[in-house]
Ligand binder design. Structure first.
Ligand SMILES: [Zn+2]
Length: 317
């Protein structure tokens, strides 16, 4: 398998290789699967293979020609990678506030995709978080997909395919991405400088998502809950002021804490009787957070639940 640095996605790579070998490239594909398993990475690698003129559309892309280098730097004129940053630049707004893809973005893309490639090559749009397309944006995209231009490729990337309109999905060739094996995740983390032990622990907790594992390895939870009797309150005090940032940090902390309890139970460090109630509590808090509960309160209660579980006689702190 030869699509750049992508790992653990042999099946998806085989599907894409098959397209290249047969010369039958659909005008729209949807890459779906858990977040952080290499979907966007493989989308850009696939685009590079089509754009690389020194290899003439055969895999692997050379990785050295101007087409490949410009695609890597996201400045290739025939490749648009659409995400919050892209939309923010277009609307002259803040990237962190781009929570959905707007119709103006799709209209802009349409004009871009309709322009003939200067090199007579492919025009490719990679749309990340495609499930965040607003209704009007999805309708605009649907119109484009119904009458595709020649040598244009739309790659829609999503971790929540069930949230995408069926009308759009019905126009796309689906490519499934699998959760990554723990050893692949651990290797990815170690290449990014995470110490082997921490990499292995995060890999065991991440449910096959390298993205989540990186967050877990970089994050301070659940360790921060064990930093003394006031740790749960102190953690809440440290949350960012912006509520959307506080919310996402609290959500990551709840996930890390729950996974850590599950792992401790699996390793025999905590009996089921000790983790059952805290896990139920963490689940309840996760739901409360989604229904707009105060992230500070949620994080404090989560910290107390975790401390409660680990304070059992004979169990490690
Ligand atoms: Zn190249």
């Amino acid at each position: 398998m030869t699509f750049g640095q992508v790992q653990g996605q042999a099946r998806a790579e085989r599907v894409l290789s098959g397209m290249l070998e047969s010369g039958r490239i659909p005008s729209a594909v949807v890459f779906f699967g858990l977040e952080g398993v290499g979907k966007s990475l493989l989308a850009v690698e696939f685009a590079k293979t089509l754009l690389c003129r020194s290899r003439g559309g055969q895999e692997p892309a050379c990785g050295l020609c101007p087409d490949c280098l410009n695609a890597d730097r996201r400045i290739h004129p025939d490749l648009a990678v659409v995400n919050a940053q892209y939309q923010a630049a277009l609307l002259e707004a803040e990237a962190a506030k781009q929570k959905s893809l707007r119709v103006d973005t799709i209209r802009h893309l349409r004009r871009d995709m309709e322009m003939r490639s200067l090199t007579g090559n492919w025009k490719i749009a990679v749309v990340e978080e495609a499930h965040t397309l607003e209704t009007e944006a999805a309708n605009a995209l649907l119109k484009i997909l119904e009458e595709p231009n020649e040598k244009t490729l739309w790659i829609l990337v999503t971790s929540q395919r069930e949230r995408m309109p069926r009308t759009v999905l019905s126009r796309c060739f689906s490519v499934a991405f699998a959760p990554l094996p723990a050893e692949v995740v651990a290797a990815i983390l170690q290449r990014r400088g995470v110490a082997p032990e921490r990499a292995a622990a995060a890999a065991a907790l991440c449910e096959g998502s390298a993205g989540r594992a990186l967050e877990l390895a970089a994050g301070e939870y659940p360790q921060a809950f064990h930093a003394g009797p006031l740790a749960a309150f102190q953690a809440a005090d440290r949350l960012p002021r912006e509520s959307y940032l506080a919310r996402s940090e609290a959500e990551a902390a709840l996930f890390a804490a729950a996974q850590d309890l599950r792992l401790k139970h699996l390793q025999g460090a905590l009996p089921f009787a000790r983790v059952e109630r805290p896990l139920r509590e963490l689940q309840r808090l996760r739901q409360a957070l989604r229904s707009n509960a105060d992230p500070r309160v949620v994080l404090t209660l989560a910290g107390l639940a975790v401390q409660d579980a680990c304070r059992a006689p004979g169990s490690p702190l």
